[in-house]
Design a protein around this ligand. Structure first.
Ligand code: OXD
Ligand code: MN
Length: 610
């Protein structure tokens, strides 16, 4: 066991409270070595990880990693929010008492890093100087080198982010211990994995996974669960699973910023990184700020501001290609130092591939291994159609690698938010876009956000899987209080954002074709929304908001059938009457939902009549 103090001293980690914390967990986990990390260590750690075969080369300045085959996704069942107040129990936060969870996790972590190095990663989930900086500092401890490499890409890392904290105690304690992955009983009644955020103690304890979604604590647990709790407890901000983009109209010089939530598989990353359609590219420039998290607060000027607390993108690889997301491909090009996880890998050429990267997989199977490391050429007939890459395989790259990253993406002031949008993948009921100008109706719309659960469930009774504001897996406190907090924060804005609901996935009821081309053309719906906000178009009023008149959408360079466009902009009243009944049941689960939200629900319901 090394002398912890000597290591911290030589790494110039000066925050005394952080030192105490490192000392304590070094004692519990009994790691053999301690190492404090800064960005300058990345190159050396990459080389060490290559030498140890924890990662493999994937082209010039690109890397490949594989996680244990039973450890490839976020585990929602094993994720817990713990506090010292039973009143914090909500419908989705899987609440447990803090003392019980701390004892449990300390027990699981005791001695569990023996023989390993415990890396100390001081980080900041904000641009330095941000008004939310007091909530952004953390120190992740991990016994996994690959997790360190991912954290270096996903957060700002270095001792400088915690040494000079105004309140030395104000960093999040984020402890990650991998555990013996082959003996954790993943998915069985004996499952030993626990992913706990002790929200009122600002402590995160994750045991039993090295997959990013469970192990990158700055992003997943601090950036959303802890931050949303902090935002509520302090009464000052919102932390949401939102993308954030900017649109510049080069003709008028106006700039707009739009953020929004999308349940998984509803196109959030592709939208965040979108470019303008070719025909509109001369006039509009689209900029990328973030694909997954936005923290929002009201500035002194009465506007709602937003910022992406992350430093990188942990994106789903599946279906990423030149048509769906060309900027993502640029962001993972040679020399970007991107890391691929659980995609298919060619051990001879070091190429990577995933489903949807090209229409067909590489024809020459020589050297190709699937995400489990099994040779594709050796597959037996029953395995022939198994995917080469895991459906949740990922790429990890820094924001700065995204070619259209906004020039002010690291500005600590954040950007003023003009619109908040919600969009779940639904084959019917949701039009291309409907705008909502009333705050309570906007929050109500976010709370009733849903998407088709699975293909198999479609059409059974048409019920959506509701995912309020797309925060369901990260909800840290009761939903009624969450709704009230939204009304309070956005209600403070004197120039509030407009809300909208979008849907790129409507299909023809008869032959199932997508009515809207999607991808870059989605910008057309957002441009209409900005024109509506500017009072340049009036739209058509419906019970669920304002939809574009057909003539108001900019369709330059787009070939779309008039009949498809009609359907895209139509509200199916019968379908919506049914939807309102589902919504009522969904909202009724939440204790203490503000009366404004129920009133919004009743207003919309009444407009549809019986
Ligand atoms: C997620 C992610 O799992 O962003 O939501 O990775
Ligand atoms: Mn996410």
């Amino acid at each position: 066991m090394t002398d912890v103090d000597a290591v911290l001293e030589s790494a110039q980690l000066k925050n005394e409270r952080a030192r105490e914390y490192v000392r304590y967990w070094a004692g519990v986990t009994q790691a053999d070595n301690i190492e404090v990390i800064g960005v300058a260590d990345d190159e050396r750690l990459i080389q060490e990880a290559l030498d140890a075969k924890e990662i493999l080369p994937a082209g010039e300045g690109l890397y490949y990693s594989r996680s244990y085959y039973k450890d490839t996704a976020r585990s929602e069942e094993r994720t817990i929010v713990a506090t010292n107040d039973p009143a914090d129990k909500g419908v989705y936060n899987n609440w447990h008492p803090a003392p019980e969870m701390k004892a449990k996790l300390t027990g699981l972590m005791r001695g569990a890093s023996k023989g390993k190095t415990m890396y100390v990663i001081p980080y900041l989930m904000a641009a330095p100087g941000s008004p939310l900086e007091p909530y952004a500092a953390g120190v992740q401890l991990t016994d996994n080198r690959s997790v360190v490499l991912h954290m270096n890409r996903m957060a700002r890392v270095g001792v400088e982010y915690i040494n000079n904290l105004e309140d030395q105690d104000s960093f999040v304690r984020a402890v990650h211990v991998t555990g013996d992955l082959e003996n954790l009983g993943q998915g069985t009644p004996e499952d030993k994995r626990y992913f706990v955020t002790v929200a009122d103690e600002r402590t995160i304890l994750h045991f039993g996974s090295s997959y990013g979604g469970n192990a990158l604590l700055g992003k997943i647990a601090h950036g959303l669960r802890q931050a949303s709790y902090d935002g509520w407890a302090s009464g000052t901000f919102l932390a949401e699973q939102f993308m954030l983009l900017g649109i510049t109209d080069k003709q008028t010089g106006r700039r707009y910023h739009i953020c929004g939530g999308f349940p998984s598989a509803s196109g959030k990353t592709n939208l965040a990184m979108t470019l303008a359609p070719d025909a509109l590219g001369d006039r509009y420039h689209v900029e990328f700020y973030g694909d997954d998290i936005a923290w929002m607060w009201v500035g002194d000027d009465g506007r709602l501001y937003g910022m992406n607390p992350e430093f990188g993108v942990f994106g789903v690889a599946k279906d990423t290609n030149e048509a769906t997301n060309p900027t993502a491909l640029d962001a993972i090009a040679p020399e970007t130092k991107a890391i691929f996880t659980n995609v298919a890998y060619n051990e001879k050429t070091h190429e990577v591939w995933w489903e949807g990267r090209t229409q067909n997989p590489p024809a020459d199977l020589d050297g190709w291994l699937d995400w489990k490391g099994h040779r594709i050429a050796d597959r037996v007939p029953v395995e022939a159609n198994d995917p080469w890459a895991h459906p949740n395989s990922r790429f990890t790259t820094t924001l700065a690698n995204v070619p259209n990253v906004a020039s002010d993406y690291a500005d600590p002031k954040g950007v003023p938010i003009d619109a908040i949008i919600f969009g779940g993948r639904t084959r019917d009921r949701e039009p291309l876009v409907r705008a909502i100008t009333d705050l309570a109706e906007g929050v109500y719309d976010g709370l009733t956000l849903g998407a088709e659960a699975t293909f198999a469930a479609e059409g059974v009774d048409g019920q959506l899987r509701y995912d309020p504001m797309s925060l369901r897996p990260f909800m840290s406190y009761p939903e009624g209080k969450y709704a009230a907090h939204w009304l309070k924060i956005v209600g403070q804005a004197t120039e509030p954002p407009i809300f909208a609901h979008v849907n790129w996935f409507q299909r023809d009821a008869e032959d199932g074709h997508f009515l809207w081309p999607g991808y870059r053309d989605n910008l057309r719906a957002l441009l209409w929304l900005m024109e509506l906000r500017e009072g340049e178009v009036a739209g058509v009023h419906t019970p669920v908001g304002i939809v574009p008149a057909k003539s108001e959408l900019n369709l330059d360079g787009l070939a779309i059938k008039g009949a498809d466009l009609d359907k895209l902009l139509t509200i199916d009243a019968d379908r919506w009457r049914q939807e309102m009944k589902f919504r009522e049941r969904h909202l009724a689960q939440f204790d203490g939902l503000p009366e404004e939200i129920w009133a919004a629900h009743r207003r919309v319901t009444a407009q549809f009549g019986d």
